[in-house]
Design a protein around this ligand. Structure first.
Ligand code: HSE
Length: 426
């Protein structure tokens, strides 16, 4: 039996889940893996605070040195969250030769180069399955199981909070603010929801996923990001009528040396596997040149799902004969990321219901080479004689669509209310 001493950095919900899973699975791990884990120190903010799970009081500490400078600790598990001081602590642990297992997508995606360099310098391992999509083993799949593939692209629902909100907006026809308020009341959304609803959380995760998928660093600053705060129940309903379902999608594509990485509200055909991913569930749909299409689905957050990924990384780290780090082409500064991608677009306008208006709109689109695939006029004219026009375009360049719509708006008769990208249509 190999004994491995570990130290925790942080012990909130996730740390508590890891503690419980380690205790619950102790005998299984010993029998199957010949490993015995001993938690030597647990860094917490307040050592006097009551904690569940029978964590012995004497292993709690509020000094990071007790974990980072303890030569007996071989593996550090980090679940403090946030960029700092977590990133500095991870780097110090790696430079001290300690392997790190972390759930921290923010520290990892914003300090990837330094952390990788520190691990390379000492030969320590850096494991981060839990940083993206909780329990779903998508990192392990990209780094191990799919190595014989050139991944051409991936699309993911990688933020559970926004998927929960959009699912309820679609089911109930409710406004974003109302569902968010309810989700906060139920403890399903954070009191400060910015990281989730503005797409930051998904952007950190997409930086990690796309870097591994394309073997090239896609820095988080280069990930295009748009949140769900401006999504309306009317857009969702119009999309549903056209056979489309709205999701906050993380999209990454590669074509030769060109990469695109973006997080934004996206319609997918309601028949697409991602359309059926509801509530707080996560999923990643990818395509490899040899494996074809596949989808990973599961729980992306929560104490035990996240602990599942962390403890499995811990077992892998403790049994690995040598640690493997991702190799990136194109250097640590990253690849060049495209900002003028092509996509299908859903466009909703409010326009005067009179002859010639539609022809002008179509003319502006045609003038910028934006083809119209379908169009519906919705409802009766309102008090100002205006109606809703909804278009779905053929695949077009983002800049061309923006230029066409700016011209439409200049006419004064038509105002553009929503522009939502559509993926999953060949
Ligand atoms: N807040 C994230 C989500 C979970 O809603 O999916 C942690 O990454």
């Amino acid at each position: 039996m190999k004994q491995v001493n570990i130290g925790f950095l942080g012990c909130g919900n996730i740390g508590g889940g890891v503690w419980r899973l380690l205790r619950e699975f102790e005998a299984e791990i010993a029998r199957r893996e010949q490993l015995a884990f001993r938690v030597r120190r647990v860094l917490v903010r307040d050592v006097s605070k009551a904690r569940g799970g029978n964590i012995p009081r004497e292993i709690l500490t509020d000094s990071p040195e007790d974990v980072l400078a303890d030569p007996e600790i071989q593996i550090v598990m980090e679940f403090m969250g946030g960029e700092e001081p977590a990133a500095s602590y991870i780097e110090r642990a790696l430079l001290a030769g300690k392997t790190v297992v972390t759930a921290n997508k923010m520290a990892l995606s914003t300090h990837w180069a330094e952390l990788n360099a520190a691990a390379q310098k000492t030969g320590a391992g850096l494991y981060f399955e839990a940083s993206v999509c909780g329990a779903i083993p998508v990192i392990r799949a990209l780094t191990d199981s799919l190595q014989a593939n050139r991944v051409e692209g991936l699309m993911g629902i990688i933020n559970g909070t926004t998927n929960y909100i959009l699912t309820r907006m679609a089911r109930e026809g409710s406004a974003f603010e109302d569902v968010l308020y309810d989700a906060q009341r139920l403890g399903l959304a954070e009191p400060d929801p910015t990281a989730d609803v503005e797409g930051y959380d998904a952007a950190y995760k997409l930086s990690i996923l796309s870097s591994l998928a394309f073997h090239a660093h896609v820095p988080v600053e280069k990930v295009f990001r748009e949140g769900i705060t401006r999504v309306t129940p009317l857009d969702i309903a119009c999309g549903q009528e056209m056979g489309l379902t709205l999701k906050l999608l993380a999209v990454a594509k590669r074509s030769g040396d060109r990469v695109e990485a973006r997080v934004h509200p996206t319609f997918v055909p309601s028949t697409h596997p991602l359309a059926s991913v509801s509530d707080a569930f996560n999923a990643v749909f990818l395509k490899g040149h040899a494996c074809g299409e596949m989808m990973f689905y599961g729980r992306g957050a929560g104490d035990m799902p996240t602990a599942s990924a962390l403890v499995s990384d811990l077992i892998k780290a403790a049994s690995a004969p040598r640690h493997k780090l991702p190799e990136f082409f194109g250097g640590a500064d990253g690849v060049s990321v495209d900002s003028d991608w092509s996509s299908v677009y859903f466009i909703r306008m409010r326009a005067q219901d009179k002859p010639g208006v539609l022809a002008k709109v179509a003319g502006c689109m045609a003038g910028h080479d934006v083809g119209i695939a379908s169009m519906v006029q919705k409802g009766e004219p309102d008090a100002e004689g205006r109606v809703q026009l909804v278009f779905v375009t053929h695949s077009a360049h983002e800049r061309a669509v923006r230029a066409a719509l700016a011209e439409v708006e200049r006419s004064g008769e038509t105002s553009v209310r929503s522009v939502i990208r559509v993926e999953g249509i060949e």
